[in-house]
Design a protein around this ligand. Structure first.
Ligand SMILES: CC(C)(COP(=O)(O)OP(=O)(O)OC[C@H]1O[C@@H](n2cnc3c(N)ncnc32)[C@H](O)[C@@H]1OP(=O)(O)O)[C@@H](O)C(=O)NCCC(=O)NCCS
Length: 186
C-alpha cells in the first residue's frame, strides 16, 4: 500500500542539487522565479506580481503535504540556500497509484540539465518510495523544452487536448504524457 506520510520531509540529493521543502523564507526566491512570464506562461499562466502570491503558494504546498495531495520540492544547488526552481507531484490518487508531475526553473539556469537531474530523483522517489505506478505530465504543445525533457526521461505522448487553454489572446493545445513504473529506467 502506498505510504503518504511526509514527516520528515523527504530531502533528495543528486550530483549537483539538493531538493528540499520550501519554507516562508524562500518567498523572495519563489517570487523571483514566478514573476518571470517566460517561466509561468506554459504553467501557471500569469506571472506573480506580489510577494504575497509566493507566500501563499508556499502555504498551499505545505497544506498539500499534510493532506497528501501534493508533494513539491524546492530545487537548490547543494551547499547553497536559494531556491532556483520547484518540482513535484500533485493530483495524487493513492487508490490508482497515480500522480501528476509539474516543474519550473529560473530562466538563468535553463539548458544545463538541471531539471532532468532533479526529475530523475523525483521520479525515482515516486516509483520506489511511494509506490506510484503512473506519473502524468501535461504540457503546452508550444513548450519545446518541456516536451524534449519529458521525452528524454522516457515519458510517452498519450494524446492531445486541442485548444485546451486560453492564453495571450489565443487557444493552445495541451499534450498529455505519462511514464509507468515498469518503463522507468528501461
Ligand atoms: C522546462 C524547463 C523546466 C526545462 O529545464 P532545464 O533545466 O532547462 O531542462 P534540461 O536542460 O534538463 O532539458 C531541457 C531539454 O530541452 C531542450 N530544449 C531547451 N529549449 C528547447 C527548445 N526551445 N526547443 C527544443 N528543445 C529545447 C534542451 O536542449 C534539453 O534537451 P537536451 O538535454 O537533449 O539537450 C524550463 O525550461 C522551465 O522552467 N520552463 C518554464 C516552466 C515550464 O515550462 N515548466 C513545465 C511546464 S509543463
Amino acid at each position: 500500500m502506498p505510504v503518504f506520510d511526509f514527516a520528515p520531509f523527504p530531502i533528495l540529493k543528486t550530483e549537483r542539487l539538493l531538493l528540499r521543502e520550501v519554507v516562508l523564507r524562500d518567498a523572495q526566491a519563489i517570487f523571483a522565479l514566478r514573476s518571470d512570464y517566460e517561466v509561468t506562461r506554459y504553467n501557471i499562466g500569469r506571472a506573480y506580481t506580489g510577494l504575497e502570491q509566493a507566500r501563499s503558494v508556499i502555504e498551499d504546498i505545505a497544506a498539500g503535504g499534510i493532506t497528501g495531495s501534493e508533494l513539491r520540492w524546492g530545487i537548490t544547488f547543494a551547499g547553497q540556500g536559494r531556491v532556483i526552481g520547484m518540482a513535484g507531484f500533485s493530483y495524487w490518487s493513492p487508490v490508482d497509484q497515480c500522480a501528476s508531475i509539474g516543474f519550473d526553473l529560473a530562466r538563468e539556469f535553463w539548458g544545463k540539465g538541471i531539471m532532468a537531474e532533479a526529475l530523475q530523483a523525483i521520479l525515482r522517489f515516486g516509483f520506489e518510495s511511494i509506490a506510484l505506478n503512473r506519473i502524468e505530465a501535461d504540457t503546452s504543445a508550444a513548450n519545446a523544452a518541456s516536451i524534449r525533457l519529458l521525452s528524454r526521461l522516457g515519458f510517452r505522448l498519450e494524446g492531445c487536448q486541442r485548444e485546451q487553454y486560453f492564453e495571450a489572446g489565443r487557444f493552445h493545445d495541451l499534450l498529455i504524457f505519462a511514464l509507468l513504473r515498469r518503463e522507468f529506467g528501461a
